[in-house]
Design a protein. Structure first.
Length: 607
């Protein structure tokens, strides 16, 4: 027995001391001198150098580990780890005979988990979870042999439900939703890519676009729609890029632009049109490059410049309809520094334009060329709005600046309703108006409004009441009601942007009305004149639409409005209250509560 134990210990010692001799370390290098940049370090059998066995390490050029694990006779086994170049873990899991098995975890470069799930014989199986970098779940569902099966759920980065798809053999019906819960898009997914007919929707539910997709890219004829259902554009795609003739439409159905495309770029002659169908602009392009010109409806030149790969390039000039230069800008890759001028030639504004939008801090000047101030730009309904920035040092505004410094941004005023934020160089003047159709109801109104371009109006008016309107009260029939008086009102109007169908607004009105009612009666005792006086104090809300040829120029205007309000009625009489005498005043309401309805059409002129 003792002899057996001795032999066993000796055999173990021989095996232990001879094991290193069975392997040979191999190093490979990035550099030819084999001194600095180690690439790999691993072991092979001494008797068979082509067979890797034991520890294997792969390095990045910077010396950090790229992968680490063990080989057993040329097959990966056990725990394997893979790393990003910065040293953070990239993925890890177990290998068996070179195939992934068990739970595998994948990571983002910042260290957060990217996805995790089970693997069998190199295939994903069971439930898998995918994550955003902030740690919230991105999607969750089941794999069978690396193909999605059953219901998969998708989420936005903030955890809000995003989409659902039901798969069979990796082919699924996918529906995506807005954070509000309304449907955003729907279509088929095959092998993790969109295929077949796809539809996209506005958040309010209207169809936005529809067409075929293949391997995740748009293919064939596509149509895009406005929220009102009208066609917005249509054309064809090949491998996700626009090709052939494309047409764009205004909401009224007229063509807004048309031309040919090639590999996603304009190629050939393009024409643009105003909403009424009048010619607007033109360009001749070669693979997205070419000159562009735009015209006023009168046909006079408005803009000219060059386009390169779909972006403004080189010198662009802008003109007033009179032909005077309105502005100049030299673009590089869609970015440029713009200088604008008044028609008298004095500088008007200067600042940076990027992809068609005014960005950063702008300098604005009055018509005499004097600096008015510095303004931050932002956009409302695709229209630029200038917001004044106070106390900005001269050196904070540079031609190549795109963002205000912290010193500038802390002076930005708090956001207010655009109706109360003055625009720079906005058009403002007076509108004189009258309501001639009021004569049909025996009253006539004149008004004067101080108008601020597409945002605000303050209106004061006077109404003359008289029934009958064009006749003297003397000699009129007895036992008939005659009335005369006046009304005065003040309104504040909050205008929306000018559209094809007018400039809608809502308003609040304060009104005072005073009307005298007279009745001549005759009986056996003689003739008597009875008199009642009505005073009204009223507040109303109005909704209206102001129609102008151009909301920024003088011209004729029509104002159509309606609304309702609440008020107090005060009645005084030249006789003691008597139901019989009150009954003589037909049309005179005697209750104190007033619920006025306001309707009218005003014709005026903007000076």
């Amino acid at each position: 027995m003792l002899r057996f134990i001795t032999i066993l210990i000796f055999a173990f010692f021989v095996a232990l001391t001879s094991a290193p001799a069975q392997h040979v370390r191999v190093n490979t290098w990035y550099d030819n001198d084999k001194k600095i940049y180690l690439k790999e370090s691993y072991f092979v059998f001494k008797k068979n150098p082509s067979v890797r066995d034991s520890l294997y390490i792969l390095y990045y050029h910077n010396g950090n580990v790229q992968a680490r694990g063990n080989y057993q006779k040329n097959k990966g086994v056990g725990l394997w780890e893979y790393f990003f170049e910065n040293g953070n873990i990239k993925m890890k899991g177990e290998l068996k005979d070179n195939e992934a098995v068990g739970i595998w975890i994948y990571y983002y470069e910042n260290g957060g988990i990217n996805m995790e799930g089970e693997v069998k014989k190199g295939q994903k199986v069971g439930e898998w979870k995918l994550y955003y970098e902030n740690g919230n779940i991105k999607s969750i569902g089941v794999y069978e042999n690396s193909k999605k099966e059953g219901v998969w759920r998708y989420f936005y980065e903030d955890g809000t439900y995003k989409a659902m798809a039901t798969f069979k053999n990796d082919e699924g019906e996918y529906k995506e939703y807005y954070p509000s819960g309304n449907l955003k898009s729907e279509g088929k997914i095959l092998n993790a890519q969109s295929n077949g007919l796809w539809k996209y929707y506005y958040e309010e539910g209207q169809l936005k676009a529809e067409g075929e997709e293949k391997n995740g890219l748009k293919e064939g004829h596509w149509k895009y729609y406005y929220p009102n259902g009208k066609l917005a554009s249509e054309g064809s795609f090949v491998h996700g890029k626009e090709v052939g003739t494309w047409k764009y439409y205004h909401e009224n159905g007229n063509v807004s632009a048309e031309g040919d495309t090639k590999d996603g770029q304009k190629d050939g002659y393009w024409k643009l049109y105003y909403k009424d169908g009048t010619f607007k602009g033109e360009g001749t392009f070669k693979e997205g490059d070419g000159p562009y010109k735009e015209y006023y409806e009168s046909g006079k030149l408005k803009i000219e410049g060059g386009i390169k790969k779909g972006k403004n390039d080189g010198e662009w000039k802008y003109y007033y309809e009179s032909g005077a230069v309105e502005g100049k800008c030299f673009f590089t890759d869609g970015k440029g520094y713009y200088t604008g001028y008044y028609e008298n030639g004095n500088i008007k504004m200067e600042g940076k334009i990027e992809d068609g939008n005014k960005v950063g801090i702008w300098k604005l000047y009055d018509e005499k060329g004097q600096l008015v101030g510095y303004y931050k730009t932002y956009y409302e309904n695709e229209v630029p709005v200038f917001q004044k920035v106070e106390d900005v040092p001269q050196d904070t505004l540079k031609a190549d600046s795109t963002k205000p410094t912290d010193k500038v941004s802390k002076h930005l005023p708090k956001k207010r309703s655009r109706h109360y934020v003055a625009k720079v160089n906005e058009y403002k003047d007076f509108i004189v108006g009258a309501q001639p159709f009021g004569l049909l109801r025996n009253h006539f109104t004149v008004s004067l409004e101080y108008y601020f371009q597409e945002r605000l109006g303050f209106e004061a008016g006077l109404t003359l009441h008289r029934n009958p309107f064009f006749k003297s009260f003397e000699g009129l029939p007895h036992n008939a009601v005659y009335r005369k008086g006046y009304g005065a009102f003040i309104r504040q109007k909050l205008y929306q942007k000018d559209k094809d169908n007018g400039m809608f607004y809502w308003a609040q009105e304060v009104r005072f009305t005073s009307i005298d009612y007279y009745v001549n009666t005759s009986d056996s005792t003689g003739t008597s004149l009875w008199h009642s006086k009505e005073n009204l104090y009223e507040f109303s809300f109005l909704f209206g639409d102001r129609l102008l040829k151009d909301a920024r120029k003088k011209g004729w205007t029509i104002d159509i409005f309606g609304g309702m309000g609440i008020g107090y009625r005060d009645i005084t009489r030249n006789y003691k209250k008597d139901p019989e005498k009150d009954a003589l005043f037909i049309g005179l309401k005697t209750r104190n509560l007033s619920l006025p309805l306001r309707f009218g059409i005003s014709i005026g002129y903007l000076f």
